[in-house]
Design a protein around this ligand. Structure first.
Ligand code: PLP
Length: 356
């Protein structure tokens, strides 16, 4: 949802206006260390190697494959949406032998199909919350039976918006992004790596910038800290503030708020006669997919509806992504925007524009 009816966390806005510190200033390094500690709490992990990568969520995805895959390594990837597709593309570019396990878009992946796809994969990778379809995948079920493989999970749209338990669910590597349910501008990719995964890092990855061996030395808060690249200090300050808001509210309270707003929205859309896209049992609360109705008023097309919401109500909803382009709308209810007042505004605005 757009900037108008939503109310960005004031703490984050304030952090974005703080004077810029040098990236080696001890006062900034304290903020960095605190940010890593807060990330461990939000990821629900004890992993020592937990840090904000410079770059958006996709940088997290790229970092995983360049740091853990050598050419020819078998990598199983679950695909039930655009971001699973992207994982296959990124993994293939570093030379992985990609074994795809597909599920229809709108339905969840089958955990047993993922674990039986290859006898000894180096990695099993999947997206927890598929932003392109509005479906969540059962990470805990895969974690229980992953065997020797490293379990890699994209938590870009789940972290902060629903239960994500890195250690308890057996994830070895998880990455996220700041601009989804963390409620911070785009620009960083929180990443966490288990000790088991750490012992399997590629020694000299093809990317220097995303080399986790080098980055681990930079985020080391002890005497071993070694400069790597200039940290985006302002964004790290903003992330630190956003994580502070989330932990202040309470993780479970935040998940619950997302759940209640998603339910209110989805019930309201159905009451309006609209049809939801994602399988009911695996619907995300923070991202709702709704089918574009067959008939729209006044000769409008689906993009016209989105444009009217933006122009008349300052409210942005997403169009369909990838092969769902033109077929669904995607309504995000994430982070600070996941509020009852925003949901009610959205339902009222849609009713008005769709004349329902
Ligand atoms: C948004 C998103 C990404 C990509 O993140 P960027 O910040 O756009 O690079 C990856 N995975 C999922 C599930 C996403 O929703």
């Amino acid at each position: 949802m757009g900037p108008g009816p939503s109310n960005p966390y004031p703490e984050v806005t304030a952090a974005l206006t703080f004077p810029v510190l040098g990236h080696l200033d001890p006062r900034f390094l304290d903020v960095l260390d605190e940010t890593c500690r807060r990330l461990r709490k939000v990821f629900q992990t004890e992993n020592a190697l937990t840090l904000p990568l410079s770059g958006t969520g996709s940088a997290g995805m790229e970092a995983v494959f360049v740091n853990f895959v050598r050419p020819g390594d078998p990598v199983v990837v679950g695909v039930n949406g655009l971001f699973g597709e992207r994982m296959c593309d990124v993994a293939a570019r570093v030379g992985a032998d990609v074994v795809r396990v597909d599920a229809p878009w709108g339905e969840p992946l089958d955990p047993s199909a993922l674990v039986s796809a290859h006898p000894a994969p180096r990695i099993i990778a999947l997206v927890h919350a598929e932003t392109s379809t509005g479906v969540w995948n059962d990470v805990a079920a895969v974690g229980k039976v992953k065997g020797d493989a490293l379990l890699v999970v994209d938590t870009v749209t789940s972290l902060g918006g629903m239960e994500v338990l890195v250690d308890a669910w057996g994830m070895d590597v998880a990455y996220s992004g700041t601009q989804k349910c963390l409620g911070v501008p785009p620009g960083l990719a929180p990443l966490t790596v288990s000790d088991r995964a750490r012992s399997r890092l590629v020694e000299r990855p093809t990317s220097w910038y995303l080399d986790l061996n080098l980055l681990a030395r930079y985020v080391d808060s002890g005497a071993g800290r070694v400069y790597h690249h200039t940290a985006p200090v302002t964004m790290i300050g903003a992330l630190n503030a956003g994580l502070g808001v989330i932990l202040g509210e309470g993780l479970e309270e935040g998940w619950d708020r997302h759940y209640r707003c998603g339910k209110l929205l989805q019930d309201g859309l159905e009451a309006m006669g609209l049809e939801l896209f994602a399988t009911r049992s695996h619907r995300l609360a923070q991202l709702t997919t709704v089918r574009v109705p067959e008939t729209l008023p006044d000769g409008m097309d689906e993009a016209g509806v989105r444009r009217a919401l933006l122009d008349r109500f300052d409210l942005e909803i997403g169009g369909g992504a990838g092969k769902l382009s033109g077929r669904v709308w995607r309504i995000g209810c994430m982070g600070h925007s996941s509020r009852r007042v925003n949901v009610l505004t959205c339902l009222g605005a849609l009713a008005e524009v769709l004349k329902r």
